[in-house]
Design a protein around this ligand. Structure first.
Ligand code: PEP
Ligand code: MG
Length: 294
């Protein structure tokens, strides 16, 4: 089986009738960069930068530490896309170095972009590190846990400030770096048309989108049977977002676990999803599934 899949390396992700979809890979630790290269993925569709903040309990990662890691990924991938998601901390990803405090309802609490916009120096440090790495490959920035247009606009103001600083310091960066958002909340689904006029690309985080749509804590096994990623409400949302994004001529991917669900691959291709981003070991199996579709 594994050997059969190996034969698919270098092959296109194309159905029998010629429909194409990109396959990228998700990474959540430094060592995964190697796994992505081995997997023959078309790029890194989701770089979960949180690990940088979780590996040291005493100190936030410095700009230099972050820059080195982002640069490593950018150089390793060459011309292939590397989508770096800004820190998605809080909720199920507690970082000891930040001391986020106790919350009754962490999934609905202080997390993701909310922390970044609140801790603006920490956010700017990360943006500077990503910008500096952007000249070493094909890097873009993705914002997590978006619920409003204002959050995106504030993040972009911060990005402009980081760019201005680097310019003043005569440090190189990609002036046209793309900015995308994750669709992880029903609010983001409903305003996806407006968001599409504000950013360059989208990625649906089906893990959180399922949680917030079905009102089921993704960590709570007791109510696990209510966590149904095939729920018609979720599939309908995926379709709505895809249409809204495409009306503005922008790209859309899926990077949650559902991207690897082979029973839905045909549906994703039919509605026009541009890219699926899965774990490195899932890349070739997904390619096989796509190539078997009529
Ligand atoms: C998601 O929510 O689907 C996602 C990809 O982000 P994470 O799993 O890191 O929350
Ligand atoms: Mg998420």
């Amino acid at each position: 089986q594994v050997k059969n899949l190996e034969r698919l390396k270098g092959k296109d992700n194309v159905t029998q009738s010629g429909q194409r979809i990109d396959i990228c890979a998700n990474i959540g630790k430094r060592e995964d960069i190697e796994n992505v290269l081995r997997s023959d993925a078309g790029g890194i569709g989701l770089f979960r930068s949180e690990f940088l903040y979780m590996e040291n309990r005493h100190k936030l990662p410095t700009e230099e530490q972050q820059f080195q890691t982002y640069k490593l990924a950018a150089e390793a991938m060459g011309a292939k896309r590397v989508v770096i998601r800004t820190a998605d901390l809080g909720g199920d990803k507690q970082a000891e170095c930040l001391d986020l405090g106790e919350e009754n309802n962490p999934a609905m609490g202080y997390r993701g972009i909310r922390i970044s916009l609140d801790k603006d120096e920490m956010f700017k440090t990360q943006l500077r590190a990503i910008l500096r790495a952007s000249v070493f490959g094909n890097v873009s920035i993705m914002l997590p846990m978006i619920t409003s247009l204002a959050e995106v606009q504030s993040a972009k103001v911060m990005l402009e400030a980081a760019k201005r600083e680097l310019k003043d310091e005569k440090t190189a960066f990609d002036e046209d770096i793309q900015v995308g958002v994750m669709i992880e909340t029903p609010a983001a689904v409903m305003i996806s048309g407006e968001l599409a006029r504000e950013v360059d690309f989208f990625s649906i985080g089906t893990n959180d989108l399922s949680q917030y749509t079905m009102a089921v804590d993704r960590q709570n096994g007791r109510i696990g049977r209510y966590y149904d990623p095939h729920h018609p409400a979720l599939l309908k949302m995926i379709r709505i977002v895809t249409n809204n994004v495409h009306l503005e001529g922008k790209r859309i991917s899926i990077c949650g676990d559902l991207a690897a669900d082979l029973t839905l691959t045909e549906f994703f291709i039919q509605i026009g999803i541009d890219e699926l981003s899965v774990t490195p070991p899932q890349v070739l199996g997904l390619r096989k599934k796509i190539r078997d579709i009529q």
